[in-house]
Design a protein. Structure first.
Length: 239
């Protein structure tokens, strides 16, 4: 089985970290391929960057030349999953949906700890769209940008864990979800400090993708994600 794990930003270092985390949890026989978009922002932390990332991810996947069995979109709260589901025949799993749905198995209410406060509304919208908002106790910002998370892991853990502890104490959270692909690999350290289960979206999404492939299931092609109608696309700038 081959799974494409697609970073939503153009940082190769973030892609490598995400792919390493995905590989660590993948089953024997599953090949993880980390993919970085050819264009886009170096970190995705707002609406313009998120919409651009949706195009970059779609472009990167459609340009990938070898066979694959599933795609993981490794951006928390970002746009683009629906376009992939419409364009592809294989299962598509977004880390937002995978992490939040996994958290529902582990406790009554969960909280998300993300990067910057400006990303909170995007995550709120994605959880509502995915039908996952009802049991979300809160979405808290660590105050660190995506690239800062990678540059100083110890500072990242302290900031994320601090918000996780507050979510448990003040918001009624019983599970913490890491709300950024750049937080891949930090779950154990945050769990040790918060004292509750911590879900990392990257391994959660890989596990879901593997299960869908093994079950022989993929996106329904009736109505919502039916193939696009043939038509001319004018002015597409990316080849």
């Amino acid at each position: 089985m081959r799974i494409l794990v697609v970073n939503v930003n153009t940082s190769a270092a973030v892609t490598d970290a995400i792919a390493a985390r995905a590989t660590a949890v993948a089953s024997p026989g599953t090949e993880i391929v980390g993919v970085t978009p050819r264009f886009g922002a170096e970190s995705v932390e707002g609406n313009v960057e998120s919409h651009l990332a949706a195009l970059g991810v779609l472009d990167a996947v459609l340009r990938y030349g070898d066979p694959y069995d599933a795609v993981v979109q490794a951006g928390f709260g970002e746009h683009g999953r629906e376009a992939l589901q419409e364009a592809l025949e294989v299962p598509v799993v977004d880390i937002t949906d995978a992490a939040a749905s996994t958290a529902l198995y582990l406790g009554r209410r969960y909280s998300v700890v993300t990067s910057l406060d400006r990303t909170v509304p995007l995550i709120e919208d994605r959880l509502v769209l995915g039908g996952l908002a009802a049991r979300c106790a809160s979405i808290r910002a660590s105050g660190l940008g995506v690239l800062e998370l990678e540059q100083d892991p110890s500072r990242a853990v302290a900031a994320i864990a601090g918000q996780a502890v507050a979510a448990v104490a003040d918001d009624g959270a019983e599970v913490i979800v890491l709300g950024c692909g750049g937080m891949a690999g930090l779950a154990d350290a945050v769990r040790d400090r918060a004292g509750v289960p911590v879900v990392d979206g990257v391994p959660a999404a890989v596990t879901v993708a593997e299960s869908l492939v093994r079950l022989g299931l993929s996106t329904s092609k009736i109505r919502t994600f039916a193939p696009a109608r043939p038509k001319r696309i004018d002015g597409w700038p990316f080849g």
